[in-house]
Design a protein around this ligand. Structure first.
Ligand code: DGY
Length: 325
């Protein structure tokens, strides 16, 4: 008998077709997603769930997931799933790393450049018919080339951002709970520093850490005050890594110069002050949103789910300890 799989929200059709070849698929072909109650109800009788970051799998909910063997998240981030609870229940959890690394690094640089060179302001200016003449400092922004970039988190995406920075002749500082191997530091010309050093010395600070208890509110009012008044902050990781209210106030008070944000504390809600400011570029969590990459993420999640259901080790297993539960 084929295993039963719930797909909680619309994904790329190729991935649904792949799942259908090997499983009975309950496909929620909609962008609305399921309420927590619906998610629980539709999970009943399923052995696999292909989920998205908007599906919250709390410990209590996971404890009620009878018979589920795998949760395959269509994202590299998995802070929406209580991993410890899943492991206790013997549920395998997988994510979709690698396929989105370069796409997310590209968007990081797009936000960095847009904030530094005031691209969104410039677009609005031209679009609204305000452009009358060329002046010496019309929409003058800040240089990116030869400046110092500070990267929090030297994982796959942090490294991909550092590679891009080399093309802009930037000096690259980084901070991570674990120092990168010497060979990588040499290859990417990385300078390891502590948190304070990174904040104080960087012209641009970009965040590439997973969301967990040690990174929640990594950047708050105190950290923002340590940054240069000319500094620009970019976040394509997870919203709660920044204290959003503190950042909005710091931008309004020009404690730092600007920000480029793709993620927010309570998506899709954005702090109202951020919506009023000119010195912030906002995007709706599109870090990995190229057509190719989102297709690959959908397929990878399907492959992870099917591997687990066939008794094989999924390629992107996050909790191998769950196998022996
Ligand atoms: C991820 O994969 O975690 C992104 O935030 C969503 O694409």
């Amino acid at each position: 008998m084929k295993p039963a799989v719930l797909v909680t929200k619309r994904i790329f059709p190729e991935a649904v077709e792949l799942l259908r070849r090997h499983a009975e698929v309950d496909y929620v072909d909609s962008d609305d997603g399921l309420s927590p109650e619906e998610l629980e109800a539709r999970s009943r009788g399923k052995q696999g769930i292909v989920s998205q970051l908007t599906d919250k799998f709390t410990a209590e909910r996971i404890e009620r997931l009878e018979g589920v063997r795998v949760i395959a998240n269509v994202a590299v981030g998995f802070d929406n799933v209580d991993l410890a609870a899943a492991t206790r229940q013997g549920i395998l959890v997988t994510n979709t790393p690698d396929v989105l690394t370069d796409t997310t690094a590209d968007l990081t640089f797009a936000l960095l450049l847009a904030a530094a060179r005031r691209i969104v302001e410039a677009h609005r200016f031209v679009h609204s018919g305000k452009w009358r003449r060329w002046t010496i400092d019309l929409l003058a922004g800040r240089d990116v080339h030869h400046k110092t970039l500070g990267i929090f988190g030297m994982g796959r995406i942090g490294q991909a951002v550092a590679r891009r920075a080399a093309g802009f002749s930037m000096r690259v500082l980084y901070h991570d709970a674990r120092r990168a191997p010497e060979a990588l530091e040499r290859e990417l010309s990385l300078e390891f520093t502590d948190k304070l050093g990174l904040l104080r010395e960087s012209d641009f600070v970009t965040l590439h850490v997973p969301l967990n208890d040690s990174t929640r509110k990594l950047i708050g009012a105190a950290e923002l005050r340590e940054m240069k008044p000319s500094a620009i902050l970019v976040n394509t990781s997870r919203g709660p890594v920044i204290d959003e209210a503190a950042l909005a106030q710091a931008l309004a008070d020009r404690v730092i110069a600007a920000a480029g944000l793709d993620v927010f504390e309570s998506e899709p809600h954005v702090h109202p002050l951020l919506l009023e400011l000119e010195n912030v570029v906002l995007a709706p969590h599109i870090g990995s949103a190229s057509i190719d990459t989102r297709r690959k993420m959908s397929l990878l999640a399907a492959e992870n789910a099917l591997a687990a259901l066939a008794g094989r080790r999924p390629p992107n297993l996050l909790n191998p300890e769950a196998i022996s539960q």
